[in-house]
Design a protein. Sequence first.
Length: 137
Amino acid sequence: MSDLVTRLDIALHNRMQSFQDTINKFKRKTKDGMHDIEDEFYDKINDIEDVLEDGRERISKASETLDELALETMNNIKDWRKRREVKKLTKEAEKSRHYAEAAVDVALGALNEAEWAITRAYVTKEFAENLAEENAA
């Protein structure tokens, strides 16, 4: 189970670091004017859209797994523990691990969607502000 937690920790950290680096890069470059980063912006959006498209099937499958897995109640688990029903506890632990893996896939997919939306919103807002300034001049 610790390998799953480690994988989630690393994946979330890497995704958030990448996302933060992208936004910081756009912030630095917008000070020099939006025309300098338009191509880079569109390339980044296309890259994210490719990742989203590639991951949608995996996310859909993970979501189905979450819906299909009916996890036992904690009362049942406590009861099995009292009665020392190792097989039932082991089976439930394995089912819970599969549930967690699917949930991680869904969470990472949601981060990709969020990065796409925020990047698009940020740069589009910068476009609008720069055009407003140009029109006012």
